[in-house]
Design a protein around this ligand. Structure first.
Ligand code: 13P
Length: 244
């Protein structure tokens, strides 16, 4: 169960969140919990989560370890801050910051080389869905991006299916729509990396996940977890999603 805070919360606000949140998920041993604050709040989150099972992730990672890449943050820097996970290829990065399947692959590989667990995002836009191109888009994103990984590398990632039309819109994909897309992704994974790898792949659903719809989403065997945006900002709300 992962929370993507996007561009929200200062270090002080991060500490305040964890003071409440960690008590509410003390007994949530049924799942892994990851909170992804902004780069600037990573260290505060790691410190505030110390001694709990909550893991901290970044929202992006540079494809190089260091160098002349103004504005980028590298895997070793993220690791040094104490984070263990990273979101790669979020649709907002694809939409507003020129992220492509090729750069998603490079960043994913850099994350793995640094010992980070990448959560790689895929998902179709509304116009793709309306033109019945969902599967084609997912296949392209997989083939041009993720499929460049070796089998060993692939075993280290999770995929998040985030239909762009469901992000921040309040329009959740129905559990059936999400499960259908997850099956398509898993089939591609199995075709490329073998059945065992396909079965072991963890696929999270993201897009307007809320305390009142998480149970029906998680009831789908195809949905292994969720990547939560807006609803992860509130400690009580996110805890009730974790403890669905
Ligand atoms: P919302 O939950 O706010 O729709 O955001 C989903 C998301 O983009 C998580 O990465």
């Amino acid at each position: 169960m992962a929370g993507n805070w996007k561009m929200h919360k200062t270090p002080a606000e991060t500490i305040a969140f964890f003071q409440k949140f960690r008590l509410l998920v003390e007994n949530s041993g049924h799942c892994e919990i990851v909170v992804c604050p902004s780069f600037l709040s990573l260290a505060a989150a790691v410190e505030a989560a110390k001694g709990s099972a909550i893991r901290v992730g970044a929202q992006n990672v540079a494809w190089a370890k260091e160098g002349a890449f103004t504005g980028e943050v590298s895997g070793p820097m993220i690791r040094a801050a104490g984070a263990t996970h990273v979101i790669v290829g979020h649709s907002e990065r694809r939409q507003y910051f020129g992220e492509t399947d090729e750069t998603v692959l490079k960043r994913t590989r850099a994350a793995l080389e640094s010992g980070l667990s990448p959560i790689v995002c895929v998902g179709e836009r509304l116009e793709d869905r309306e033109k019945r191109r969902t599967e084609t888009v997912l296949e392209t994103q997989f083939q041009h991006g993720i499929a460049g990984l070796s089998g060993d590398e692939f075993a280290g990632i999770a995929i998040a299916y985030e239909p762009v039309w469901a992000i921040g819109t309040g329009k959740t994909a129905t559990p059936e729509i999400a499960a259908y897309a997850h099956r398509a992704i898993r089939a591609q994974a199995a075709a490329k990396y073998g059945k065992t790898a396909g079965n072991s792949l963890r696929i999270l659903y993201g897009g307007s996940v809320k305390p009142d719809n998480v149970t029906s989403l998680m009831a789908q065997p195809e949905i292994d977890g969720v990547l939560v945006g807006g609803a992860s900002l509130d400690p009580v709300g996110f805890a009730s999603i974790v403890n669905f």
